[in-house]
Design a protein around this ligand. Structure first.
Ligand code: SAM
Length: 361
């Protein structure tokens, strides 16, 4: 039942977003009474829990706020310069729901919840440095390889500029100090290579997604912004800075399923280039068929890799560490040579992150 799905979504945000939590609990109550929320959600009553109808509802309202079309509600939204006043939040939401019911209903029915977390560029940056260094060592080269970065499940492609981000690490800034996107990397420990004296050179970048977001458009920017909980201001600001960086340095994301796309991208190994296949928080969404084909495509490409045209798989994905616990781990495999490492683990959004190199088995 829809009201229960709203309460499930409310439970997910209770700790991190009091605003979204309050909104969804009130909306669930309104749904059971057959209020305006039922009109807004008409047609979505039988949606599967996995499509998270509650977060689609909250995202659609957030979008109206970000567009400047719900000023009374915006007064509660930090992402729009407001301050939440939870006791009056729902009474200020009601007129907005009433006025925009048809538009909200259409938006909720046609969108999927989608995020793109630029904080994940920080573990990616350290992981790429490690990979280029280890691949060079294996090939007997003195200088690290240049990188061709291929991202599967790139969403809006916001992690396709790891070399153009400024990373504050201790009292140093790594990456591009002039970047509009500055990340406090929150690192404990360091990657197992010297980052201060190495330059990450990317000679090719490409991404694919089943639902690519075109972040060069206002629509794409609003789509990604609307699914960040409005009272998570640091996360929201990080996203806006990453969107600004993307406008300065566009990298299109192709509409495609990962494995089919990789067949083309990996067809010819490139000499003097380390090809890196990267994905973050995608594996759980891939179908069993896509997972099996993805493994096969990669194994095929790995067999063609040579010391001077190496291949890496670098992933940041949740892995079960206990029956009821997950850890977001950064994992690296290199071909040829058989390097297989767990480089560290961190928060789901990539920040903070702890580097601790161990075998990946
Ligand atoms: C949680 S988002 C993560 C986006 C991005 N990787 C990040 O870390 O911010 C998962 C993304 O994977 C995409 N996706 C899921 N299965 C896919 C597949 N088989 N091929 C390509 N993209 C896929 C979804 O469309 C979605 O954009």
């Amino acid at each position: 039942m829809l009201a229960e799905l709203f309460l499930d979504a409310a439970a997910i945000c209770r700790e991190h977003s009091p605003l979204t939590h309050t909104l969804l609990v009130s909306a669930a109550d309104d749904l059971t009474r057959g209020g305006i929320t039922a009109k807004v959600m008409a047609g979505s009553e039988c949606d599967r829990g996995g499509t998270v109808p509650g977060l689609r509802f909250a995202g659609a309202l957030h979008r109206l706020v970000l567009e400047g079309r719900a000023p009374t509600l915006a007064a509660h939204y930090p992402s729009a310069g407001g301050r939440p006043h939870l006791p009056t939040l729902w009474q200020d939401a009601l007129p907005v729901l009433d006025e925009h019911a048809d538009e909200l209903r259409a938006l909720i029915a046609s969108t999927v919840v989608q995020t793109n977390e630029p904080g994940r560029s920080a573990p990616l940056f350290g992981g790429l440095h490690t990979a280029t260094h280890l691949a060079a060592e294996a090939a007997g080269r003195r200088t690290p390889f240049c990188v061709k970065l291929l991202e599967v499940g790139a969403s809006g492609g916001l992690n396709l500029r790891p070399h153009r981000v400024a990373y504050r690490v201790g009292d140093t800034v790594l990456g591009d100090p002039g970047s509009p996107l500055v990340l406090d990397a929150g690192w404990t420990g360091r990657p197992p290579v010297d980052l201060a004296h190495q330059h990450l050179r990317l000679v090719g970048r490409a991404g694919c997604d089943l639902n690519p977001v075109d972040v060069s458009t206002e629509d794409g920017r609003l789509h990604l912004s609307s699914f960040v909980w409005a009272d998570q201001l640091p996360r929201f600001r990080r996203l806006q800075a990453a969107l600004d960086l993307a406008l300065l340095d566009p990298v299109p994301v192709r509409r495609a399923a990962g494995p089919e796309w990789l067949v083309d991208q990996l067809a010819r190994p490139e000499r003097d280039v380390l090809t890196v296949v990267w994905h973050s928080v995608v594996w759980q969404y891939a179908s069993p068929a896509d997972r099996a084909m993805g493994r096969a495509v990669l194994a095929d490409a790995a067999a063609r890799a040579t010391p001077m045209a190496p291949l890496a798989l670098l992933v940041f994905e949740p892995r079960r560490t206990h029956p009821d616990r997950y850890e977001f781990q950064l994992l690296l495999r290199l071909w040829p040579g058989g390097v297989s490492l767990r480089l560290g683990s961190g928060a789901g959004h990539g920040i903070p992150f702890e580097w601790h190199t161990r075998p990946w088995v």
